[in-house]
Design a protein around this ligand. Structure first.
Ligand code: GLU
Length: 359
């Protein structure tokens, strides 16, 4: 039986969604629509100091404005909810305890100062810095001693010797030698989960079949695979990974506030049309096999396949986006143009009125 495709967009909104986030969302959406599958929208908000309700609301609004629809997630619900990680803490605690009980994970009592000192020594000896396994096999006496000192442990996953090998649809075969993947923290001393635990547990429980996401997360994949294994997931049921290449600025370094405008909200305020942003981002690192510059959302869903995503970084070109935006504006009917321009005009006028009032 062919499994239904289930992709997910899982941002941690610590600000407005940026161009890179949206390209990821767009590809996940296009792939789900192309295959007749589902897009799951999950908010990764375990860090509630940085991810606020306002940013979450803004992320939802931005996706809606762009026409990126989801089948499960905030406002829509679904059988695998809740879709905000902050509402799933008992689920992560359940799995953390399970991993501890069956020996996949262990309590680590090392203090931050001790870890830092040992990392410093590793650096001085030219060794790759990382956890050295000091608490892997503590004796009962040793543990009792730490507990008596009032130390509160974090939970670490035991990373076996060997390697993790998987096929990334965009990158081909990827191998991580575990020498460079030390035992990692799953939960903090207060029991709160770290990204690697929450993301992997959710991808399994939400039955995600395809993880299309940014290349910056490639190095976390072996840790996530380790969590799947500890959960008892069979290798054939692991999601397929596709790590999308970076979006670069004009100076050929990763696009950021420093070398370009990244916030999608900013483009909206400037009067860029959602269809122009989607058109431009769709063709940033992906092509349907010809050199078209114009693509509609409908065509994107018809033509999108992951194997046509380029593996090399794509350069964000503001001039090109402006040109596409101009084409899309010229293609609007007069009524549509007036309606959209009117909204923009109202917004500009009210902010102008506010500035004048302040003067
Ligand atoms: N929440 C993560 C982030 O915004 C992405 C998670 C993922 O796609 O695996 O960086």
């Amino acid at each position: 039986m062919v499994k239904e495709v289930r992709t997910r967009f899982a941002p941690s909104p610590t600000g407005d969604l940026h161009v890179g986030n949206i390209r990821t969302a767009l590809f996940d959406w296009a792939y789900a629509r192309h295959t007749g599958g589902k897009l799951i929208f999950r908010i990764e908000d375990t860090d509630r100091e940085r991810v606020t309700d306002e940013y979450i609301a803004a992320a939802i609004e931005t996706l809606k404005w762009l026409g990126i629809t989801w089948d499960e997630g905030p406002e829509v619900g679904g059988p695998h909810g809740p879709y905000l990680q902050s509402q799933r803490l008992d689920i992560y605690a359940h799995w953390a305890k399970k991993f501890l009980d069956n020996g996949d994970a262990y309590n680590c009592y090392c203090s931050t100062e001790e870890l830092e000192a040992r990392r410093e020594a590793q650096r001085a000896a030219n060794l790759a810095p990382g956890y050295d396994g000091a608490c892997r096999d503590l004796s009962a006496d040793h543990i009792a001693n730490y507990v008596a000192q009032g130390r509160k442990p974090v939970l670490r996953m035991r990373m076996p010797d060997g390697e993790t090998k998987f096929t990334d649809v965009i990158r081909g075969e990827v191998i991580f030698d575990h020498k460079f993947v030390p035992d990692f923290v799953l939960a903090r001393a207060d029991g709160s989960p770290l990204y690697t635990l929450a993301v992997a547990v959710d991808d399994v429980l939400m039955k995600i079949t395809h993880v299309l996401r940014g290349e910056d997360l490639l190095s976390s994949t072996p840790r996530q695979i380790r969590v799947y294994q500890a959960m008892g997931v069979a290798p054939e049921d692991f999601p397929v990974f596709a790590h999308l290449p970076f979006v670069m600025g004009q100076d050929n370094t990763k696009l950021s506030k420093r070398n370009g405008e990244v916030s999608v909200a900013w483009y909206r305020e400037q009067g860029f049309l959602p269809e122009a942003i989607c058109n431009y981002l769709a063709l940033l690192g992906w092509s349907p096999g010809d050199d078209r510059e114009n693509i509609s959302m409908k065509e994107l869903t018809e033509l999108f396949t992951v194997d046509r995503v380029n593996s090399s970084p794509a350069r964000f070109d503001m001039k090109k986006l402006e040109a596409i935006n101009g084409d899309k504006i010229r293609a609007l009917t007069i009524d549509d143009f007036l309606e959209r321009a009117f909204h923009l005009f109202l917004k500009q006028a009210s902010s102008l009125a506010l500035t004048m009032k302040r003067r």
